[in-house]
Design a protein around this ligand. Structure first.
Ligand code: COA
Length: 303
């Protein structure tokens, strides 16, 4: 079922709407210009409509979701590489996400979720545009595949941390994410975990969970060898019982610490903090950072 035409929806988007979605001033400016330009391009709008329809089809589906951003070959004669160049990476998905944000808010309301929690959770869209700008110095959304989770209605930003319902080794868990939004103090984390425990039990009783999960470069035990024992990151890591599986985490470490993607010239990276120095030193010495996954029982934190 096709939704209200995205042209009508995008026409209604204004600065205030984008502010609520977490966009900073420069991204709001560029988003509004891009919307105006897209409204004059029927082929581009048709592609945005297709993605928006897919996003709505996937709303409320947390299990085995499809990729809502995949546009079938031959759908139109637009070349994805040219689109990236002329519009910016992830800009068409971004328009579809903006156009469908109110539907996701409606899903939240249907689950009895506080409008402020709904707004904050959807503001991850603007946060990701900010991350894009810091990485590529321009407007875009190269992390758009990540937004699928939030737009499915599974992800909530509760205090310092974000959480989503997902399956891990077959069981439903509450998975934990750490947005770049200030220090990761143990107190703020404890508050978030306590909140998440009661939040999901109250609003998603049909998805019972008992553990928190996290998969991140932050769970690499090698970090404890280079950071102060009382640092926030080491204390965060101590919460988790790690799985044995290890994957290479160098690209994530470089992205989350330096906001760099692809081939990185280590000589160009700032070396101001102990973490920055440690990340570079290990890679330069031929070592690798790891991506690790872990869990712990939700009963550790009172709601
Ligand atoms: C996770 C995060 C909030 C931790 O920040 P924090 O609470 O300040 O961390 P700590 O207090 O443990 O910092 C220990 C040291 O590392 C440095 N550090 C921490 N995060 C840093 C970052 N992203 N870039 C540069 N240095 C960083 C601190 O400045 C400190 O250095 P110092 O010893 O020279 O004073 C921060 O790294 C961040 O925002 N990362 C991006 C988001 C992310 O990685 N999410 C996980 C995705 S899977």
């Amino acid at each position: 079922m096709a939704l209200t035409p995205v042209a009508d929806r995008l026409t209604a988007i204004d600065d205030e709407h984008l502010t609520r979605l977490g966009f900073r001033a420069d991204d709001r400016h560029d988003a509004l210009l891009t919307i105006r330009r897209a409204l004059d391009e029927p082929t581009v709008l048709a592609r945005v409509q297709y993605i928006a329809d897919q996003l709505l089809e996937q709303l409320g589906i947390f299990d085995r979701p499809k990729d809502p951003f995949a546009v079938p070959e031959g759908f139109d004669d637009l070349d994805p590489a040219v689109l990236d160049k002329e519009w910016g990476v992830g800009v068409l998905p971004l328009l579809a996400l903006v156009a469908t944000a109110d539907d996701v808010a409606g899903f939240h309301a249907g689950r009895g979720i506080d409008p402020e929690v709904s707004r904050r959770s959807l503001s991850d869209l603007g946060q990701q545009a900010w991350v894009h700008r810091r990485t590529f110095s321009g407007f875009g959304l190269h992390t758009y595949p990540w937004m699928r989770i939030c737009w499915s209605g599974a992800l909530y930003w509760l205090g310092r941390l974000q959480f989503n319902l997902t399956r891990y080794h077959g069981d439903w868990v509450v998975s934990t994410h750490i947005p770049e939004s200030g220090p990761l103090t143990p107190e703020a984390c404890a508050e978030s975990f306590g909140w998440a425990r009661t939040f999901f039990a109250e609003h998603f009783p049909d998805y019972p969970t008992t553990v928190f999960h996290c998969g991140s470069w932050l769970l690499d035990p090698q970090l404890t060898e280079v950071l102060a024992p009382e640092s926030n990151m080491v204390r965060f890591q101590q919460l988790w019982e790690l799985d044995d599986e290890q994957r290479v985490g160098d690209p994530d470490a470089l992205f989350f610490v330096f906001r760099r993607r692809g081939e990185v010239d280590l000589e160009t990276l700032p070396q101001d903090t102990s973490l920055q120095r440690a990340i570079v030193a290990k890679i330069r010495a031929g070592g690798h950072w790891q991506l690790r996954e872990g869990t712990f029982g939700q009963d550790r934190f009172a709601g």
